[in-house]
Design a protein around this ligand. Structure first.
Ligand code: MG
Length: 378
């Protein structure tokens, strides 16, 4: 499988695992972009020898330029540099793994070049799903999910010819590190507590989102846009073991599930190789020793972020951008030690109640909603 890939967000968790897949499957990483990790970017550039290595942070890019002075890797800086990596003409594929709303412009830029997109940046779809997917259609860019749940649903829908036969999509949810705790027990959660995830190793932002269950709420919106399903036809089931990655229930009540070891390299790889499957680096699932699989109902009272996201999904329009902007700002404040764990949901709820959602939004409406939500959280 020869693919020339741009990895946007290459120094993060998904980016690093993408590079493992690229190396293992004999593909090429032709451009790398990240925010500010100069040291890690240097290591990646020396290993993969891309034509471009871009860092959004100017000072970090200056550092990288010195580090890579003895190579012929072109070091770029700022948003312009990241956009140049995203649109690099030698790449046929872009892995969009930048964190948060910041990933929107580079992702759209790659889409407008008609590249195959491996989409890991769920905030892009939460905020601007219909616009992003409309552009993908216009520019002939195929978008494949990298998020494990959405890759699972994609796989469970393979062979389905009539979407009318789909009764609902069921997203599995590990429950996060605080599963089983009551609301009052969550008040004193520290940053260190929140950064421990039972099954997946991920970046800080998504790990906090997994602890509040906001991540699952964002994923409901992501699924809604990717698979053109109303919020009412998407359910969340707690599945502690993260072995079943999601399911599709059909109108005859058959449920199709995708199982695998919790290893992000599998969904990353499938986004790169679809419609083919190839053997790759992801771990096999040992069914005989993985123990019992359990299922339960999410506790919306202890984890109000999920309830808020489900509500925003039903509201539609800019509600997703308001929810996401408020959440990104609140998670930043939590990680900086400025607010408590329960304040994240309180801040998001306040932003949603104070800012009116606009239906059928333009890109400007979305950017305005995002800015207003961040302002509200400050
Ligand atoms: Mg996920």
């Amino acid at each position: 499988m020869s693919r020339k890939v741009t990895v946007l967000g290459s120094t993060g968790s998904i980016g690093r695992q993408s590079l493992e897949v690229i190396a293992a499957c004999g593909m090429e990483a032709v451009a790398l972009a990240a925010n500010s990790s100069a040291k890690r970017m240097e290591e990646q550039a020396r290993q993969f020898r891309p034509a471009i290595a871009a860092l959004a942070d100017e000072a970090a890019a200056a550092d990288l330029r010195v580090r890579l002075a003895d190579t012929n890797v072109r070091v770029l800086s700022g948003l312009e540099g990241v956009l140049e990596a995203a649109t690099f003409s030698s790449a046929d594929t872009a892995i969009a793994a930048l964190v948060g709303m910041a990933g929107l412009r580079p992702t759209l830029a790659a889409i407008r070049e008609g590249k195959r997109i491996g989409l890991a940046n769920k905030e892009t779809l939460v905020c601007a799903g219909p616009l992003v997917l409309e552009e993908a259609k216009d520019y002939g860019a195929k978008v494949y999910p990298v998020d494990s749940e959405h890759s699972a649903i994609f796989q469970c829908l393979e062979g389905n010819r009539d979407r009318g036969e789909v009764k609902r999509l069921i997203l599995t949810c590990s429950g996060g590190p605080f599963y089983g705790k009551k609301r009052e027990e969550l008040a004193d959660i520290t940053v260190a507590d929140a950064l421990k995830h039972p099954n997946w190793s991920m970046g800080a932002k998504i790990t906090v989102d997994s602890a509040t269950l906001m991540n699952k709420g964002l994923e409901v919106m992501e699924a809604m846009h990717l698979y053109h399903m109303p919020a009412e036809k998407i359910s969340v089931v707690v599945h502690r073991e993260s072995i079943i990655h999601s399911l599709v229930e059909y109108c005859d009540n058959a449920m199709i599930a995708q199982l695998g070891a919790p290893d992000m390299r599998l969904p990353i790889q499938f986004a790169l190789t679809y419609p083919k499957r190839v053997s790759g680096p992801s771990a096999p699932l040992d069914l005989w020793n993985c123990g019992p699989l359990t299922f339960g109902t999410p506790d919306l009272e202890a984890f109000p972020c999920l309830a808020l996201a489900l509500e925003a999904a039903k509201t539609g329009g800019t509600a997703g951008a308001i929810l996401n902007g408020a959440n990104e700002a609140a998670v930043d404040q939590f990680l900086a030690g400025k607010i408590g764990f329960l304040d994240i949901a309180a801040k998001v709820e306040r932003a949603l109640s104070r800012i009116k959602a606009v239906q059928n939004p333009s890109m400007q409406d979305i950017l305005d909603a995002d800015a207003a939500a961040r302002e509200e959280v400050m």
